[in-house]
Design a binder for this molecule. Structure first.
Ligand SMILES: [Zn+2]
Length: 391
């Protein structure tokens, strides 16, 4: 019996939506947040192997996030602190608004993960939230704002909201205040379920004086989801994530959280193919529309296509249906095949080719991503390559 290996490149379909009654420029901007890009962020973060707060690789993730911010935002810095005999850092970036008198809007997501020992890809919890931050950074690099927007990748959420507590303490010490804090923790849903609704989390307890404003902004965020995404919304209370220390010092907070709680969270099975990237993309689009609106955006170069890694690398199924045909704009020196969690399962030296045909018949069925490195030192990451075995 001959077993055929076939490659299928899955292209995520862009949803066609009605732009009636919405800001068409904003519509265009948020539709520019692409699932392939969201995938590449999640896979890159998963590829650190673990981002557990005591691991060495969480330090590499910290540096990588800082580099991503620095390439897109006006300023990037770290809030460094010590915890459990390790140096930890919240990675913070700002896009400055034209009106410095307006307090800034902050969006945050933790980048550490679980389990604390062993493989911890942490795709849904919480590479998905960090992908929201990076997608926002992409968008912010293409607009002007009246109000400053700050992005915070929090360290050490999992051992007990440590990074966000440090951040709240720093605000208090500096007598600093925020306009609003929006949290993203687990926005990828569950791959086995239909993910059609997002929970907009609002401040329903704690200090009473900041609840009404949280309710009002939750309403606005729900309207944004209705206007700019395909998602339905419901509301729930803020709970057990990085908004809690900020709520406790009186700030107005909001969050987004998946409606179907991903069953793999806090396990080594929290990989990208256990979540729903299309759903995460829609969640991100709603928050992006909300942030740009509240920050008083104006477009700078809407006509420019968004800069995406991998956009210029042509990769499609070969004519016979087996193998892939790859055309690169630069000479490639290496190709890595990584499994769904981002573990490298195969490496091939390419010796400066720009065109290659690829057959990886030894791979078992599954979802992989491909990473190419060029002579120029550029990376292309191509997610969503699925190998399936057929008779
Ligand atoms: Zn989390």
């Amino acid at each position: 019996m001959v077993r055929w290996l076939r490659w299928f490149v899955l292209f995520t379909m862009l949803k066609v939506g009605s732009a009636q009654g919405v800001d068409s420029t904003l519509w265009q901007l948020v539709q520019g947040i692409h699932p392939d890009t969201v995938s590449s962020y999640i896979l890159r973060l998963s590829a650190f192997g673990t981002r557990a707060y005591l691991s060495d690789s969480v330090q590499a993730a910290r540096a990588w996030i800082g580099q991503q911010f620095a390439a897109r935002m006006d300023t990037t810095f770290e809030q460094i602190f010590f915890y459990s005999n390790t140096q930890q850092a919240n990675v913070i970036a700002r896009k400055y608004g034209t009106d410095p008198s307006l307090p800034r809007l902050v969006v945050g997501a933790h980048y550490d993960d679980r389990p604390f020992t062993g493989p911890a890809p942490g795709a849904d919890d919480n590479a998905s939230g960090v992908a929201l931050l990076l997608s926002l950074a992409d968008l912010l690099s293409r607009v002007q704002l009246e109000r400053t927007v700050e992005l915070v990748a929090f360290a050490a959420e999992e051992p007990g909201l440590v990074g966000s507590t440090q951040y709240a303490n720093r605000l208090q010490n500096l007598n600093d205040t925020l306009f609003l804090y929006v949290n993203a923790d687990m926005i990828g849903g569950d791959a086995d379920l239909a993910n059609t609704r997002i929970i907009v989390e609002r401040d329903e307890g704690g200090l009473p004086q900041n609840n009404a404003a949280s309710y009002a902004y939750a309403d606005t965020l729900q309207q944004m989801y209705a206007a700019y995404t395909t998602l339905a919304t419901t509301t729930g209370p803020i709970y057990a994530s990085d908004y809690m220390p900020l709520e406790a010092i009186g700030l107005v907070t909001l969050g987004v959280f998946e409606d179907h709680w991903n069953s793999t969270y806090h396990t080594s099975g929290d990989v990208i193919d256990s979540m729903d990237v299309g759903y995460a993309t829609e969640v991100i689009r709603g928050v992006a529309a909300f942030v740009l609106t509240l920050a008083g955006y104006s477009p700078v170069e809407v006509q420019e296509p968004p800069q995406r890694r991998g956009v210029s690398l042509v990769l499609r199924a070969g004519p016979s249906g087996e193998g892939l045909w790859i055309l690169a704009p630069e000479r490639l020196i290496r190709m890595d095949v990584l499994d769904g969690m981002g573990r490298r399962v195969h490496t091939r030296t390419l010796g400066g080719v720009q065109e290659l045909r690829l057959r990886l018949s030894s791979l078992p069925a599954g979802v992989y991503w491909l990473r190419f490195t060029s002579y120029q030192g550029h990376f292309w990451i191509h997610p969503w390559v699925q190998v399936s075995q057929r008779r």
